[in-house]
Design a protein around this ligand. Structure first.
Ligand code: SR1
Ligand code: MG
Length: 413
């Protein structure tokens, strides 16, 4: 192993010219490669390498948080967990993530498929573009990875070994514990918010019952290792064309609650929804309806796929057929009970994610791209207030249709 060194556009060809998994994709002569650094996320370097044979993505972790700088160190070993998450996601939902060509642990780098003509879904949502099959893809992806990463599917020894493996990923979950679950609810150092939101923020922070609910959700996040979660499933972690989508960037992987990913995902669609009045013209109503349709359909397909896997793949130690079907008993009530807990966690996480993207570090472009601060503040206020209601009512939300109806009410329709 050679010592870690961050790649640059200039050094990449010489340093990676002997990686056969790379040369097989782009061609053997590094003099013919073009290299571009395109990373626009919060943490890593991302290069596109183009050669006569094709293109690949080279993703390399930096030893600090890119968004903040080297004052905030972050371990390189997160690339190891990202790699292991990607190969598990590929096995649990084939075709859902980019193909992985190479992993170099000492350099904290992963070489993977260049997705084209995919772009980050968040950019498509801001631009008002439709993606065919999006809800089907995301609903199935969330259900398959949740179910197949849990003891509903895995053997007890396999699950325990996997939980132990990912337990080494310490600093990354700590970011989520602070930035997502805690910082929005006090005057944390790295917080920022749009001017004009102060009265809404004061209301949230004065709401002790809300803070109790948010901390209970954190308690479940840190102590409940039900399944392997992506951990950061927002619209910037999805790449789409008009009809094909993939999930990327699972470096926030950990074992956590079954409902975590779908809850965070729905929050990001809701933020896309609430931000639309600043991005759309005559097509506003149609596009907002489309986004709510994606939320409702994703959740419906998630639940259908989860129930299908329950009926056909329940091979783990939980709710075994020996206790139910083999004795002539219907296990549907047991599945209903698992889903009730799952959705309770999902809607709480959904509300919390809606808060943190407006109040903590790392806001999202849906709102940040709105230049008029008073417009931005008024749209973010709708999002914050709905988030609070979701956190309060997470255990009584009827279904995703009810969440969409709530969004319409906060949007003033
Ligand atoms: C310091 S990292 C901030 C955020 O960026 C990542 O994409 C995660 O969403 C994290 O919370
Ligand atoms: Mg990311």
């Amino acid at each position: 192993d050679t010592a870690y060194e961050a790649l640059t556009v200039e050094t990449l060809p010489e340093r990676l010219k002997d990686v056969t998994a790379l040369t097989a994709q782009v061609g053997e002569d590094p003099a013919l490669w073009q290299v571009e650094e395109v990373g626009d996320g919060n943490l890593n370097l991302v290069f596109i390498v183009t050669g006569p044979g094709g293109k690949v993505i080279v993703k390399q972790a930096l030893p600090y948080v890119r968004l903040v700088g080297d004052s905030w160190p972050l371990p390189l070993y997160r690339a190891f967990y990202e790699y292991h998450a990607l190969i598990r996601q590929a096995a649990r939902d084939p075709g859902a993530v980019p193909a992985i060509y190479h992993f170099d642990e000492s350099q904290a780098l992963i070489i993977m498929e260049f997705l084209a003509p995919h772009v980050i879904l968040r950019r498509k949502l801001i631009a008002g573009e439709h993606v065919a099959g999006l809800a089907e893809f995301l609903g199935r992806y969330c259900a398959r990875t949740a179910f197949r990463g849990s003891e509903l599917s895995m053997s007890s020894p396999d699950k325990k070994a996997d939980v132990a493996l990912f337990a080494g990923n310490v600093e990354i979950p700590a970011i989520t514990e602070a930035l997502v679950f805690t910082d929005p609810y006090f005057d944390a150092e790295m917080n920022s918010h749009t001017k004009g939101l102060e009265p809404v923020i004061a209301t949230l922070r004065a709401d002790v019952a809300l803070k109790v609910k948010a901390q209970q959700a954190l308690q479940r996040f840190v102590s409940n290792t039900e399944t392997m979660v992506h951990g950061d499933l927002h619209s910037g972690s999805i790449m789409s064309t008009g009809r094909d989508s993939r999930v990327i960037d699972p470096e926030f992987v950990q074992y956590g609650p079954l409902g975590f990913d779908i809850g965070m995902l729905c929050a990001n669609f809701l933020m896309a929804y609430f931000s639309q009045p600043a991005h759309r013209g005559a097509d506003l109503d149609e596009y907002q309806d489309w986004i709510l349709g994606i939320i409702a359909d994703t959740c419906r397909i998630f639940e259908a796929e989860f129930r299908h896997l329950w009926a056909t793949e329940r091979t783990g130690i939980l709710f075994p057929a020996a206790l139910f079907e083999d004795q002539g008993h219907d296990s549907t009530p047991a599945c209903d009970a698992v889903l009730t807990g799952l959705w309770r966690d999902a809607w709480a996480v959904c509300g919390i994610e809606m808060h943190r993207r407006c109040l903590s570090l790392a806001h999202n472009a849906d709102f940040e791209d709105i230049a008029d601060m008073s417009v931005r503040a008024s749209l973010e206020a709708r999002n914050l207030l709905m988030g609070a209601e979701l956190i309060h009512t997470a255990d009584t939300v009827a279904d995703a249709q009810a969440v969409c109806a709530l969004a319409r009410a906060y949007n003033g329709k």
